[in-house]
Design a protein around this ligand. Structure first.
Ligand code: PBG
Length: 327
């Protein structure tokens, strides 16, 4: 048969398939989430996230060691404080759980790149991401506390801050506060298009951050919306964001593609707890190959246009990339 084009020529063996890959990944683009619990000594498995752990401040360096061994050099820290109140005081305390963890890590591993999640939901007794006024989160009051929190993380040694609260104007507020205190060079990674997603379930159980009433739809984005994501990114960029993010990842690949086409900033995606848990549970039920699905899911996010990925699979993915199974 006379066929001029035979796409299968470039699929004939592994060497040519690798040669022609359109998407290239590197462990350098992976960020690993680390949960630090102020009330814990040692390490405790997280029930809602099989394979993940809570770390005490005394043992958080173990999490970092495992990352470095796997070739992952970036982590994002989440804190579980010993005490909570209505206004999230423990979020910005100088000896708060995240602040202590940063100091412990930086003392031993100064080159491990620490990003901190800046939000109040783990630190408020009502579980909302800001200061309440009645049953609503008061946007402008919350900004001051978020800025204070971000500053305390940077003063403890964080390399980058990542506000995930979805208040209006938070990037500008954080930028101004960091600059005032001489931290002009510390970048902000904005959770720009963060949707009010049901995929956060396991995280909220792991971080003890589920809202005690209502939900987060008053501040996180409506999953129906696409243009609003472009607007949120544009606002964050105007306010001084250095990196924009779309979250969750797999159900929002279209949004990742559009935002990465529209803006020239580095783009992060967050493969969230529910995405991870679904792969784990389905594999545990014997229905899918965990390793291959992990690889394919991560790859799709980069193919959609993300330059970096926050994922609970970061260590395993780094190894898969090194082996050439992806990327
Ligand atoms: C804090 C925050 C959440 C996640 C990251 N930062 C939870 C939420 O918004 O309810 C979710 C991460 C995940 O599900 O893996 N606001």
């Amino acid at each position: 048969m006379e066929l001029i084009q035979r796409p299968r020529r470039l699929r004939g063996n592994d060497a040519v398939r690798r040669l022609c890959r359109e998407t290239r990944m590197s462990p350098d683009g992976l960020i690993y989430p680390i949960f630090v619990d102020e009330t814990l000594r040692g390490v405790r498995p997280i029930e809602a996230l099989p394979g993940q752990n809570h770390y005490g401040v005394d043992s958080v360096c173990q999490a970092v060691e495992a990352c470095l061994e796997a070739g992952v050099n970036h982590g994002i820290l989440f804190g579980l404080p010993a005490t909570k109140d209505a206004v999230g005081t423990s979020a910005w305390a100088e000896d708060g759980v995240v602040q202590q963890a940063i100091r412990a890590i930086k003392q031993k591993y100064p080159d491990f790149y620490i990003i901190t999640d800046v939000c109040l939901c783990e630190y408020t007794d009502h579980g909302h991401c800001g200061i309440l006024c009645g049953h609503e989160v008061d946007n402008d009051k919350t900004l001051k506390v978020l800025a204070k929190t971000a500053l305390s993380h940077v003063q403890a040694g964080a390399d980058m801050v990542a506000p995930s609260d979805m208040m209006d104007g938070r990037v500008a507020a954080i930028r101004a506060t960091l600059d005032e205190h001489g931290h002009q060079t510390t970048p902000i990674m904005a959770y720009s298009a963060k949707y009010a997603s049901a995929f956060y379930g396991p995280f909220r159980s792991a971080a003890g951050s589920a809202p005690s009433f209502g939900d987060r739809r008053g501040y996180q984005m409506d999953p129906h919306n696409r243009k609003e994501a472009l607007k949120e990114c544009a606002l964050d960029i105007e306010e001084g964001a250095d990196i924009i993010m779309v979250k969750p990842a797999l159900s929002y690949l279209d949004v990742i593609r559009e935002c990465s086409d529209a803006y020239d900033l580095p783009m992060c995606a967050y493969q969230v707890s529910g995405e991870y848990a679904m792969i784990k549970a389905t594999a545990a039920a014997g229905l899918i190959n965990e390793y291959k699905v992990m690889c394919e899911a991560a790859l799709s996010v980069f193919r959609a246009g993300a330059n970096m990925l926050i994922t609970y699979f970061a260590k395993e993915l780094a190894q898969a990339i090194r082996k050439g199974d992806i990327g």
